[in-house]
Every structure is written in structure tokens, then in C-alpha cells.
Design a protein around this ligand. Structure first.
Ligand code: NAD
Length: 416
């Protein structure tokens, strides 16, 4: 029977691969397999109909040897403690690869945002923050957005944290609206980073971005903005999807128009003359570039062989399983792994934190220039190592991230 993958089995298998390649000390490997701390909370709120809502929540802090914990908060009906642990672990490697002074963390609350009112979401967010408050803070753990959380959620987090402290602490959270201390460029940062990586890979592969066919899975923050940026770079966006399904159009769509349609109808499906497709079909679309920007374990042993793209750039965290990695590598597909490709988000979150700590505000040009510099350096570092090791980009990225964290752990030693 085929092995069932979860985000955590994937993250642990990836860590094993890196540990073996790095000849990692067994004790250090054992430390890195588990998070330093996992906080489980019961988020109880008053619902609009006066009933009581009880939601499972958690915050997982993986390792902080390179700096304070940093990571998004996900609201999803099916997110598990194991998923959040995997996402926290990936954050640790990601920050190390891009060279940010942070450790990895992630938070999750089991809820269906589509079925909740704005008031319920606000009460849920504030209660959740109050429950993990002791473990948060600008020098402890700084949350950010993830699936089904956004700028507004971050504003409520900042306000709750500040109210409990008794003074305003904008540096307690990133991904806030610009008017209350957010950074220029944060909303598009993850997607811009993905696009920089695609541009570098395309150069190497001699693939012209002009009219290159792109398929994007997920039409939220990362997916929509990636589609828009790639469209502005001259690519042809031939397929996009969301949780309800997808659309295909050989001649390409304008992402903004699909967004207007989705805002009106709740789905990308049924847009103009496009053909409705399933998410499974989207992944197998004939295209040059595929950007998975939705959930984990989408590209697996069953469908990896059917992927036609030359470049797969992981906007999502954990969209590809290790067995699929192997298949894609053997097929010659250039896969740019999540811990490199989507690190633009946490990079501009770091810029936001620095701006908040210094009470400065940088221009969009400054933010994007610094982001581009960091992304290209990380891309080149990973690519060079992949060449040296004759490995795929994921193995090289893991070696770089895990290696840096392991080195810091060893240098700091254990206390007491
Ligand atoms: P989002 O909530 O803004 O959007 C999620 C999108 O995925 C929505 O369009 C939703 O309809 C779609 N979706 C949900 N389930 C799906 C499914 N089963 N099949 C297809 N589509 C589905 O979330 P986001 O912030 O864009 O995050 C997307 C991915 O990117 C996640 O893996 C997240 O961890 C990762 N990521 C996000 C950021 C960030 O800055 N927001 C940074 C790094 C990585």
C-alpha cells in the first residue's frame, strides 16, 4: 500500500535526508526532530447567536538558536498539531537559508473562516492571542499571516498584544496594514520572491518569460499575486484554481479580472470563455511554469510523473512529497523548493520588524530592492550547493538551512 504522507512525515523525511548528507551528529538530529515548545489552547468565544464556540488552537515553536521565533498563523478546519509542527520546522530552515535572525514557529486554529462573521473572527483572534500571550513578543515570537488570515487578523493581534502590555507594540506582529506600522510591499512579498526565483531559473534554463505558460494552484494572497506579477513580467497565465476548482484558457487570463469574478461569485470557476478544470487537472496542465500556492502534499507519487512544467516554484509550504521530488528530479524538472521560493514573505516581515524597532518607514522601492538582493543571494547559494552535491535544489536548500541551524546549536551548547 502506498505510504500516506502528512506534512510532518514529509518534514521529518526531509530532515533525515539533510542529516544524512551533512553527517549530522545524532544528538543534534534528535533535537531538531522535535519542537522546543508546543502550546495547545482551547479558544472559547461567544458566537453571534449567543452560543459558545470552542476551537482548538496551538502555537508551535521549533528552534530559536538564530533569533526569536517567527511564523504565520493558519485558520483552517483541518489543520492539525502535526501540520503546524511541520510548518514551524520549515520556517526554521527557511530563515536560516535566507539569512534572517529568526527561529521557526507556526500557529493554527481549527475554524472555518468562510462560515464565521467578522465579529466572531475578531473575538477568536483576540482570545487566541490572550492564551499564548506569555510566549509572544518582539524578542520572543512574532506572528504573521498564513492561510485564511490576513492584514486585518494581524491588526487585531497587534491591538490585543498592545492592550495587554499597556502600550503600543507594532513590532509584536508583521503583515499588518501599512497605516498601523506594516511594511510597504509585504502583501506581495512572498509572490515577488517566488517570481525572482522563477526568473533566475528561467535564465539558467534558457526559457523566455515572454509568453511562457504558467499554471497557479491557489488564488489567495500568494497565488493571486504570483499570477499578477508573472503576468506583468510577460508570462501567459493559462490556468488558476482555488479550493472550489480551477479554470484553463490556452490564450491566457488577466489575473485581476479573475479576481473581480471570484470576489463576485466566490470562485474562479465559470470565468468568461475558460474551461472549468479540477485541481488535479491544473497540476497536469501543459505549461512551462507551475506554481503550487495552496496546501501541502498536492504533488505526490501518483501525479508527479504527469507534471509537464519545466519549472515548479513552490509558493505553498510542503506541496511536494519526497517521492514526488525524486520523480521530478529524474524527469529534469527544475523544482524551486518552498524553503527558498516562498521566503520573500518572511524576509519582508523581517524588514517590517526592523522598521518597527527603529521607528522608520522604508519606501516600496527600498523594500523590493533589499528583497531582490536577499532572494538572489539565497537562490545562488542553494544552486551552487546543488551543483556541488549533484543534488536537487530541495536537498541543497535543506543542507544549507539545517546545516546553519545545527552549527548554531552546537556553538551555543546546551544549558544547564
Ligand atoms: P490564502 O488563504 O490567502 O489563500 C489560500 C488559497 O488556496 C485560496 O485561494 C484557497 O481557495 C486555496 N485553497 C485552499 N485549499 C485548496 C485546495 N485543497 N486546493 C486548491 N486550492 C486551495 O493563503 P496564502 O497566504 O496565499 O497561503 C498559500 C500557501 O502559501 C500556504 O501553503 C502558505 O503556508 C504559503 N505561504 C504563505 C505566505 C504568506 O505570506 N501569506 C508566505 C509563505 C508561504
Amino acid at each position: 500500500m502506498a505510504k500516506e504522507h502528512t506534512a510532518l512525515t514529509v518534514a521529518l523525511e526531509q530532515l533525515d535526508i539533510a542529516a544524512q548528507k551533512l553527517n549530522l551528529d545524532r544528538g543534534i538530529h534528535a533535537i531538531l526532530k522535535r519542537p522546543k515548545r508546543a502550546i495547545i489552547v482551547s479558544v472559547t468565544i461567544k458566537m453571534d447567536d449567543c452560543s459558545i464556540g470552542v476551537f482548538n488552537g496551538c502555537r508551535v515553536q521549533h528552534w530559536d538558536v538564530l533569533g526569536p521565533f517567527k511564523g504565520g498563523i493558519r485558520y483552517h478546519p483541518n489543520v492539525t498539531l502535526d501540520d503546524v509542527t511541520a510548518l514551524a520546522m520549515w520556517m526554521t530552515w527557511k530563515c536560516a537559508i535566507i539569512g534572517l535572525p529568526y527561529g521557526g514557529a507556526k500557529g493554527g486554529v481549527n475554524c472555518d473562516t468562510k462560515k464565521m462573521s467578522r465579529g466572531e473572527l475578531e473575538r477568536l483572534t483576540r482570545r487566541y492571542v490572550s492564551l499564548i500571550f506569555d510566549y509572544l513578543g518582539p524578542h520572543r515570537d512574532v506572528p504573521a499571516p498564513d492561510v485564511y488570515t490576513n492584514e486585518q487578523t494581524m491588526a487585531w493581534i497587534m491591538d490585543t498584544y498592545s492592550q495587554l502590555k499597556g502600550y503600543s507594540v507594532p513590532e509584536s506582529v508583521t503583515g499588518k496594514p501599512v497605516e498601523i506600522g506594516g511594511s510597504e510591499g509585504r502583501v506581495c512579498a512572498t509572490s515577488l520572491g517566488v517570481s525572482f526565483c522563477i526568473r533566475e531559473a528561467a535564465k539558467e534554463l534558457n526559457l523566455k518569460l515572454k509568453d511562457a505558460a504558467v499554471a497557479v494552484q491557489g488564488f489567495g494572497n500568494v497565488g493571486y499575486n504570483a499570477a499578477s506579477i508573472l503576468h506583468s513580467m510577460g508570462c501567459k497565465i493559462v490556468a488558476v484554481s482555488d479550493s472550489t476548482g480551477g479554470i484553463y484558457c490556452k490564450d491566457g487570463i488577466t489575473p485581476y479580472n479573475v479576481r473581480v469574478h471570484k470576489n463576485k461569485t466566490g470562485s474562479v470557476k465559470g470565468f468568461n470563455d475558460c474551461t472549468d478544470i479540477t485541481n488535479a487537472e491544473l497540476l497536469q496542465t501543459k505549461c512551462d511554469i507551475l506554481v503550487p500556492a495552496a496546501m501541502e502534499n498536492q504533488i505526490n507519487k501518483q501525479n508527479a510523473g504527469k507534471i509537464k512544467a519545466k519549472i515548479v516554484a513552490e509558493g505553498a509550504n510542503g506541496p511536494t512529497t519526497p517521492d514526488a521530488d525524486k520523480i521530478l528530479h529524474e524527469k529534469g524538472v527544475r523544482l524551486i523548493p518552498d524553503i527558498l521560493a516562498n521566503s520573500g514573505g518572511v524576509t519582508v516581515s523581517y524588514f517590517e520588524w526592523v522598521q518597527n524597532l527603529t521607528r522608520e518607514h522604508w519606501t516600496l522601492e527600498e523594500v523590493n530592492r533589499k528583497l531582490e538582493e536577499k532572494m538572489i543571494k539565497a537562490y545562488v547559494d542553494v544552486h551552487k550547493l546543488a551543483k556541488k552535491e549533484q543534488s536537487d535544489m530541495r536537498t541543497a536548500a535543506l543542507m544549507l538551512g539545517v546545516g546553519r541551524v545545527a552549527h548554531a546549536l552546537k556553538t551555543l551548547g546546551l544549558w544547564p
